[in-house]
Design a binder for this molecule. Structure first.
Ligand code: FAD
Length: 431
């Protein structure tokens, strides 16, 4: 009997899981549950904010004019070149979605995807030494329908990490007389014409939105605590320290300066959220650290429960492919796992390395950045995967580093650059 796998979510991670699971029909049988009416996850742009047409919280964090912040040449799943967008490298979100749809058709994934089906709960059922999973799903279209309970041998959690905004605690925020929004709800720069906007947070969202806004607004204050960006920035953007407090229309920064602002946009990131995991799953989310996870993927006690795509600052499309194949190897026995104690020790060691050697704060527990390339290789090595399917080509690291350099030099114009790669994926140049 094939191993029955429930995949939660039909975004980039869930599609990738479906692709590799379906490639081994004798070993695995996959069902992908997706709550939306189409695949693509965060790449499904919507004008809606708050609730979607089915009354669910809006999942996508895309804004209308968003172009990718990685070149498309880095955003290809192993095995399927990305041609969308013609010669352009930093493509529109609609083109990423087209690519994901083409991926799904190429690998015939629709056969195993159930749209408009929301996973309500996931519960382990432990029988002697074997754990199976009770997965309860509900129709999104027909909320009165009785929930369906299905049994699986494994669960892959692929529900994304950019859907539930994280809100900072700012003294006086409630007194702000202007508009406060989270970047999750940002859609159009036109909405802020002629206004003074404080962007709080200089991560990818704060920086990208600053550039998207700059030709429409009067002034932008980019408030953050990282070292000052010395890229070419919009003329009307000024960097200021963190926000200390708000006093009606004034935003006060930690150095004592203050500005009158019309808008405070919180580019303060997102929270992990797994509302469907019952307490029996024994998953702990402690301020952006998910435990107990071996190699950021496998639950160390219930190893048939895996998390695909919780790491961040990554080039996702190759990394997801490595994580999926790692999780599959744990299920079909291709990989013999260490003891639970050893896996927990490994996870702790990884955390301490970040904390003590890299000086990362606690909430960087799943941050990858320069670690991702060796991590990808390690996952495939541990999983005894012989054919990496092109997931670990040196090209990807080179392109990633080159993109960071372009962005660091010129935040305003880097997305106009074109990257050309050779057909055999060994060389590249930036035009
Ligand atoms: P998602 O795309 O979020 O998919 C999760 C899916 O799970 C969704 O479809 C959701 O509806 C579904 N789901 C959730 N809960 C349930 C449930 N209970 N039941 C059923 N279904 C459920 N990456 C890049 O490579 N390049 C970029 O330029 C880039 N830009 C980005 C810009 C923004 C604004 C954001 C937010 C992200 C960006 N990313 C970028 C990262 C992006 O998140 C990844 O590319 C990728 O889309 C992650 O896929 P995912 O499947 O993990 O999550």
């Amino acid at each position: 009997m094939p191993i029955r796998v429930a995949v939660i979510g039909g975004g980039a991670a869930g599609l990738c899981a479906a692709r590799y699971l379906r490639a081994k029909p004798d070993v695995f049988q996959a069902v992908v549950y997706e709550q939306a009416d189409q695949i693509g996850g965060t790449w499904v742009y919507t004008e809606n904010v708050g609730k979607d047409k089915y009354g669910l919280p809006v999942h996508s964090s895309m804004y209308q004019r968003l172009r990718t912040n990685l070149p498309k040449e880095l955003m290809m799943y192993p095995g399927l070149p990305i041609t969308e967008g013609g010669r352009t490298s930093f493509i529109k979100h609609t083109e990423v979605l087209q690519y994901m749809n083409r991926y799904a058709w190429t690998y015939d994934l629709h056969k195993c995807i159930q749209l408009l089906t929301r996973v309500q709960s996931v519960k382990p059922i432990v029988n002697c030494n074997k754990t199976s999973w009770e997965v309860t799903v509900k129709s999104v279209k027909d909320p009165d329908a009785t929930p369906q309970v299905n049994e699986f041998d494994a669960v892959m959690v692929c529900n994304g990490q950019y859907a539930v905004p994280s809100y900072p605690d700012i003294p006086g925020l409630e007194t702000f007389s202007g508009k406060v929004i989270h970047s999750h709800e940002y859609r159009h720069p036109e909405d802020f014409k002629g206004q003074t906007v404080v962007l709080f947070g200089a991560g990818p969202s704060g920086r990208d939105i600053g550039v998207d806004l700059h030709t429409f607004v009067d002034k932008i204050y980019l408030s953050h605590h990282i070292p000052n960006l010395d890229a070419l920035l919009p003329d009307n953007l000024r960097q200021v320290p963190d926000i200390k407090s708000i006093d009606k229309g004034r935003v006060v920064f930690t150095d004592g300066q203050s500005v009158e602002a019309d808008v405070l946009m919180l580019c303060t990131g997102y929270l992990y959220d797994f509302p469907f995991l019952t307490p029996e799953c024994e998953v702990v989310v402690d301020r952006k650290r998910i435990s107990p996870l071996y190699k950021h993927v496998l639950h160390t006690k219930h190893t048939s429960l895996s998390f695909i795509g919780v790491v961040w600052t990554i080039s996702p499309f190759q990394l997801l492919a490595c994580q999926v194949r790692f999780a599959m190897a744990a299920l079909d026995g291709t990989m013999v796992l260490p003891s639970r104690t050893d896996m927990d020790a490994d996870a702790q060691c990884d955390y301490e390395y970040r904390r003590d050697e890299l000086k990362y704060p606690h909430h960087y527990a799943h941050k990858m950045d320069h670690l991702q390339w060796e991590y990808n290789k390690e996952l495939l090595r541990l999983a005894n995967v012989v054919d990496d399917d092109g997931a670990t080509l040196p090209l990807f690291k080179e392109l990633y580093d080159a993109t960071i350099r372009l962005r660091t030099e010129d935040l305003v114009n880097y997305k106009k650059r074109i990257i050309e790669i050779s057909d055999d994926l060994t060389s590249w140049q930036v035009l």
